[in-house]
Design a protein around this ligand. Sequence first.
Ligand code: C2E
Ligand code: MG
Ligand code: MG
Length: 250
Amino acid sequence: RQLRTDFGERRLQVWFQPQVDLVSESVVGMEALLRWPSKDGGYISPAVFVPLAEYSGLIIKIGEWVLEESCRKLKELNELGHTNLRVAVNISMPQFRDPDFVNFVKQAVQRFGIAPQHLELEITESVVMDEPQIVVEALTELKAFGVKIAIDDFGTGFSSMSYLQKLPLDRLKVDRAFVNEVQPGQSAFIAETIVTLGNKLGLQTIAEGVEKREQASYMLKLGCDEAQGYLYAKPMPFDELLAFLPDKSS
Ligand code: C2E
Ligand code: MG
Ligand code: MG
């Protein structure tokens, strides 16, 4: 009930975490992440409240808002000269069940005048497994429209490999758990296997949760394309993101 009230009173926030190219380390995009301020001045984790919002159906409205907010901020970045960044938005299963979902995404892109290829939708393996037919159809239509598709937390669900070929994917996100296995003097076979799999399927790969320099260099050596993690930047409010990005005003 509190989530519903706070969402209605516009108290939820969308933060952004930069994603970087592993070779140049320049920012190539950012992931939009929900933040719910709590009374004690902290934040309730989306890992806690997103499942509640999914269960109650509220995620459909919240998800629409995150999508709009992400497109609005990307437009703002475009106007400030950051014309080649993409924004990644997490999508839940109930959103795919919403018959207006595909049109909502297309209209948001058009309304804000952003390039469709600068919007990326992140879905987890569990979403795909839940109702593959609905998800494959929606994503195929959005992909034809130009939007990019990433599989989030790859390797943590029990993905059926056959869906990797049925889905119109652009990117695999190597789950933080496997990146975290990269420790000095140790190999990280699962991370390596996922990057190889991605490469063989012609997909881009991004390492999640990169916290240490040696993890970044290991992933780069494996042929991973991009990274996201505290080593580069934590999720931050939009104003901080603007300050974080290189100045394009001159
Ligand atoms: P996710 O999509 O896998 O997002 C990445 C999570 O990893 C974020 O947690 C981020 O803050 C965290 N992270 C990034 N780099 C590091 C690192 O170097 N070390 C560590 N320890 N963590 C790192 P966050 O923001 O708490 O979000 C948790 C999950 O909540 C997200 O996981 C996503 O599944 C869900 N979520 C967040 N925003 C949305 C949303 O707008 N819609 C939906 N449906 N789900 C969302
Ligand atoms: Mg994500
Ligand atoms: Mg993830």
